[in-house]
Design a binder for this molecule. Structure first.
Ligand SMILES: [Zn+2]
Length: 378
């Protein structure tokens, strides 16, 4: 396998990741972060009895000075003994990630900032700005419905001065089958009027209005920076059947000449559909982050499926790690192992040369992200 270009020490850009929780974690806190479910495992069972739980015991245990596959109770005890800060520092630095692109818009009060993640891991962390969060912050200080369209555009442009890209969670706020067209100004004004009125009368500030979400996405495309869209498997807040990236086909047609790249995040179990979109549209890229951690020992098979159709210059690495540093570490270490395995098999079978395997591995691990997000070389 090493002959295929040895991805073991491969430099990685994790193009979609979150911070780690700053509070101390007990057993239920750790187990809660091992699942996308908002409910704990049923009484008498444990979240460790999953592909992800086994992967933590197999690969993270040695980083905390335990034997591989140490029992879950020993793992939890050792992690609590070290404390969250020390366990996080060990796992984040062991991940050896070159650059983190951090989505700062989810539970930002509970997790480390991009700067803190950089400090704990020893690697630079850059910001991805979440569009729905920008709109929700703006709602509290808006000058009214007539000004909201310009205010949101200005806020997105301002964020583009420090962020390296944007993210939308439209999949969580109605689904990906949204109207593909740029909304008209009158539509945005009417929608803003309804939303601001609803907030004023005590309603939630959570943005679910499709017109305003679309206005945010189109404002982001206008900056020319990459726009990430959550697709595929998420938590109970999203509807899986409305998160299929193939639902974006008309939006991808409409945005093809915007000049901005569109990044399909996660994608599983629709990673083959995402691969088709990436193959068809010149501005579309994808990853299978999140899924690779959750499917554990099956991750190489999922990555292989994702690479059936996706052009190699369109695939990126992400962990989608949130809260628990095990996820940051497993994502990175697992991706290097999976790439080594896949490319090794292709080289051994005579389908690829060792030099092509090394070149493609570097592209997927870091080169594609560096190009699309215009990152300067570390
Ligand atoms: Zn995420």
């Amino acid at each position: 396998m090493a002959a295929s270009g040895s991805p073991a020490g491969l430099r990685l850009v994790d193009h979609h990741v979150h911070g780690v929780l700053t509070a101390e974690l007990d057993q239920s806190g750790i187990e809660g972060l091992l699942s996308e479910s908002s409910s704990p495992a049923p009484p008498g069972t444990t979240a460790f009895d999953s592909q992800l739980g086994f992967a933590v015991r197999r690969w993270c245990a040695p980083v905390l000075d335990l034997d591989p596959l140490a029992p879950a109770t020993d793992y939890v005890r050792r992690r609590m003994e070290l404390g969250n800060a020390e366990a996080s520092r060990r796992l984040l630095s062991a991940a050896g990630v070159g650059t983190w692109l951090v989505d700062t818009g989810y539970q930002s009060d509970a997790v480390t900032t991009a700067g803190e993640l950089a400090q704990l891991s020893g690697a630079p962390a850059l910001e991805i700005a979440r569009l729905e969060s920008i709109a929700e912050r703006l709602a509290g200080v808006s000058g009214g419905a007539g000004r909201f369209a310009d205010e949101l555009t200005a806020a997105v442009q301002q964020a583009a001065a420090t962020a390296v890209g944007f993210k939308s969670i439209a999949a969580y706020r109605g689904g990906l089958d949204f109207d593909p067209a740029r909304p008209r100004r009158a539509e945005v004004e009417a929608a803003a009027g309804r939303w601001l009125q609803q907030i004023e009368s005590g309603g939630p500030a959570r943005l679910e209005n499709q017109v305003l979400i679309r206005h945010g996405i189109w404002s982001a495309l206008d900056t020319g920076l990459a726009v990430q869209l959550h697709t595929g498997y998420g938590d109970t807040d999203s509807r899986l059947h409305r998160s299929d990236p193939a639902l974006l086909h008309d939006f991808l047609l409409a945005s093809e000449h915007s000049g901005a790249p569109v990044m399909l995040l996660h994608c599983y179990p629709y990673h083959r559909q995402a691969g088709a979109m990436a193959a068809l549209f010149p501005h579309v890229y994808m990853d299978v982050g999140e899924a690779l951690n959750h499917v554990g020992a099956r991750s190489a098979a999922v990555l292989a499926e994702a690479l059936e159709l996706t052009p190699f210059h369109k695939m990126l690495y992400s962990s989608d790690a949130f809260g628990l540093a095990e996820l940051h570490y497993l994502g990175a270490a697992g991706f290097r192992r999976d790439l080594a395995l896949l490319t090794g098999e292709l080289v051994a079978g005579g389908a690829w040369s060792a030099s092509d395997a090394a070149r493609v591995s570097e592209m997927i691990a870091a080169g594609n992200a560096s190009r699309v997000y215009k990152l300067s070389d570390p």
